[in-house]
Write a protein that binds this ligand. Structure first.
Ligand code: SAH
Length: 344
């Protein structure tokens, strides 16, 4: 159960060792509470001095059994006791897949890792706008900002490793899934080489979720039984065009806006039908989400105004989305017609 309480100016007693309670203390402070600390269950079970009657006791589970009598006294006195998880082991790195940029598509693992972080290094494609709601950690933007240069990959790795070596819980929050064109493997290697414990929390990749935002299923029975995810960062080779065109499944391209003309021309040269439907889905799940649908033969001009971030989808599955949309619109029209007939 989750409950939201306004703690502004309220006295909150946070129990638990300094190390275990550090993140809970930051969270309650960030919520505007006046935080009081008790780090050792001293005073014995029954007669230890209770600091001024707090509004709430936040009991951090630091593994010491001595807290229970104190908490029991608080409960008996009618003071609510909230249990709080202890901060995790210090000095490790967690690579977190942030999904395509909306809170709804963060995993519970991602939310827990963010809550337990002391510092978060995030990219612009991750759900960064709401980060302050999810963590009391220091937030460091290592993505591209207008007018600023992106932090170089080796510098990001160094920042992560150095922070972990000073004992912090580090979260590296990435867009989508860390292992899909996310350089997650390199970041894991950097940690391993520095002897820093590291784990990876998978995320919802934009390769599947952004087409879905436009109603496009990447596979569909009797339409496509495979999908290939391609990076459009650099143009493909002629051989790759030939193989892709020969597969007959759905092709999903990330980072593909810049090389879209080369890709479309290459697939046509490799024999793909110029009437093959194609979609460009820009800014999935964000304000200004837009879908442009054309054919392999006409996509260059149709998508001329499209910008990153965008996911390209090439394949018959694009028609499934169109058919569903037309169906939905037709039923909405019918409903409107029925409503107006009823009114008349
Ligand atoms: N690891 C990420 C991909 C990183 S590459 C993942 O699994 O999703 C960055 C590319 O992802 C962008 O160029 C774009 O093609 C795609 N992308 C990520 N988020 C997107 C979004 N919200 N809308 C459209 N494309 C997105």
């Amino acid at each position: 159960m989750q409950l939201t309480i306004d703690l502004t100016g309220r006295d909150v007693l946070v129990t638990g060792s300094a190390h275990s309670a550090r993140q809970a203390v930051r969270r309650y402070e960030a919520a505007g509470a006046v935080v009081h600390r008790l780090s050792v269950p001293e005073g014995g079970p029954d007669d230890g001095p209770l600091p001024e009657r707090p509004f709430l006791v936040a009991a951090v589970d630091d593994g010491q059994s001595g807290w229970e009598p104190l908490l029991e006294r608080c409960r008996t006195a009618g003071i609510p006791v909230a249990t709080e998880p202890a901060a995790g082991e210090p000095g490790h790195v967690t690579l977190v897949g942030g999904g395509p940029g909306v809170l709804d598509l963060l995993t519970i693992g991602a939310v827990n890792a963010l809550r337990d972080a002391d510092v978060v290094f995030y990219d612009r494609l991750a759900p960064y706008a709401e980060l302050a709601q999810l963590t009391s950690a220091e937030l460091v933007d290592v993505g591209k900002r207008p007018g600023h240069h992106k932090v170089a990959q080796c510098d990001i790795e160094k920042l992560m490793v150095d922070a972990a070596l000073t004992g912090k819980n580090v979260v590296r929050l990435k867009g989508g899934d860390p292992y899909v064109f996310g350089r997650g493997g390199e970041e894991v290697s950097a940690c391993v080489q520095a002897g820093v414990p590291v784990r990876v929390i998978s995320g919802v990749t934009s390769a599947i979720s952004v087409p879905a935002a436009a109603g496009i299923p990447v596979t569909h029975r009797e339409v496509s039984h495979m999908f290939t995810v391609v990076s459009g960062h650099a143009p493909l080779t002629e051989k790759e065009h030939t193989h892709l065109a020969g597969l007959g499944g759905t092709i999903v391209v990330l980072m593909g806006i810049g090389t879209l003309p080369q890709l479309a021309a290459g697939l046509r040269r490799a024999g793909m039908d110029p009437a093959m439907p194609m979609a460009v889905v820009e800014r999935g799940y964000r304000p200004g989400q837009r879908t442009t649908i054309a054919e392999l033969g006409t996509i260059e001009s149709a998508a001329a105004g499209c910008t990153n971030p965008a996911v390209l989808v090439i394949g018959e599955v694009v028609r499934v989305a169109e058919a569903n949309r037309n169906h939905a619109e037709a039923s909405a029209d019918l409903n409107r017609l029925a409503a107006s007939l009823l009114e008349a």
